[in-house]
Design a binder for this molecule. Sequence first.
Ligand code: SF4
Length: 580
Amino acid sequence: MNYERIRKAFFIERPNRFIAYVQLDGEKETVHVKNTGRCAELLVPGAPVYIQESVNPARKTKWDLIAVEKGKRMINMDSQIPNKVVQEWIEGGNLFPDVHLVRPETTYGNSRFDLYVEAGDSRIFIEVKGVTLEEDGVCRFPDAPSDRAVKHMEELVRAKKEGYETYVFFVIQMKDVRYFTPNTDTHPAFAEALKKAAAAGVKILAYDCEVTSDSITIREPVDVVLESPRMKETAKPLVEWFRKNKRDLPWRERMDAYRVWISEIMLQQTRVEAVKPYYERFLKALPDVRALAGVSEDRLLKLWEGLGYYNRARNLKYAACQIIEEYGGKFPETYEEIRSLKGIGSYTAGAISSFVYNIPKPAVDGNVLRVVSRITADDSDIAKAGTKSKIEKEIEEVIPRDAAGDFNQSLIELGAVVCLPNGEPRCGSCPVSHLCLAHEQGRETEFPVKKKAKKRRIENRTVLLFRDAQKTAIRKRPAKGLLAGMYEFPNREGRMTYDEVVGYGKSLGLTPVRIRKLGNAKHIFSHVEWHMTGYEILVDELEKSMADENKEKGNIIFAEIRQLQEEYPIPSAFEAYMPK
Ligand code: SF4
């Protein structure tokens, strides 16, 4: 879009919204300001401005204000031009390849939308907003409260529901900006309306423009941040910090999907240091998807023994079989396919797809929930699923396209080594302390907010080690429920007395030679705590003395110490009673 009859002048003052005084060739001239926004940061005394001479001799004011220089930036501030440049750009085949109608100013309900477009079978409404407010590369709209703009958003949502495609198109009337975000300072209601519109399926676009003193054309798409500009600002310093400071971890040596997957499943609920030896051992035994798909359940659970949550191990094998059957053994490479594998939730799918394939999907675990709620001083309850989805949305919008994996890992790493749980975070060494709202308010330890979970049920249990000189009795747990399919020492609910232990032994046909009380132990599962007490019951020739019917009924197996250590997966809940 080109302007004719443009002259350079210098801004003097703006006595009201509609006119300004400028100096042109040493003379004071009155110019018409089409942009009735505040434009306070643009129209400063002495600023070079570009004005257009009117061709209408009857006009009271001969000049229109078109553009202004702000430092090195040229900003077009003609409020009538955005509609025209978008129309021209769409007619040129941009945005919709098969466009056959573009009509300006079309009435819909009680509103008029800037553009109505027909392309292919689609009927499209576009509301165009010109943006001139810029600070440090960040563009905002509106520059002054605008109830009309809020009404437009509501009408677009209505049109969307009635089957139209709908767009809000922000024309950034300058070049090279970092991102666009609604101006929550001047008009929070517009920011809310825009978010609601986006959630209802209205597409939100922003493009910057090539601007000269006498022309303006649409250039490149600009990132739109509806949720958290604060998080957007953290991306660069976090990625830089992570690249310099990341820990050497075995699964980071070579980022392939299988290795990331195994490590991420192991790391759920378990500390990095504790996972390392399990990870090395697992990878050595099952180096790839095929090995995992073919492993026996007992062997798998043995490799997993001590990590807890044994269903995770079973799901790994199940998913490995899915990969063999559905993807010919090749790990899938899209977020949706990875997410569809058994046992893979949004966190693990985000981790694999971003770390390995650089797909900009969020990976929000407990560390990230804590870090983000502190940076944004968000007091939503992180135990609620809605909070996690909200934070995922905030992150997804700001993930840098060229550093998705490093950004996600930087948040996780920050939570693991700097923004620590329980106790004081190390804000002194935090790369984003200057952006952190909780830090600014001195309220770091108030976040994250987590409402108390329901109290765990306490269950008393007595663990019985029937042994002779060689073997110990164990049994397999049922295929469903807690610790399904694992092996255990016989145990009963409640705290048994010495006499009850003797009586129980006899009922199995065993005559104890000696009974020794073992210590107490505790094991915490997610919903229940076992408070255990134990007895070692020495028996002569254990295997022979137990009646066959009892062996069968109780599913009893007699195992040597070596077998207990190497063959049978025994949950860490029984570790305190493991014979040495
Ligand atoms: S400044 Fe402190 S509270 Fe904020 S993100 Fe950094 S470590 Fe966490």
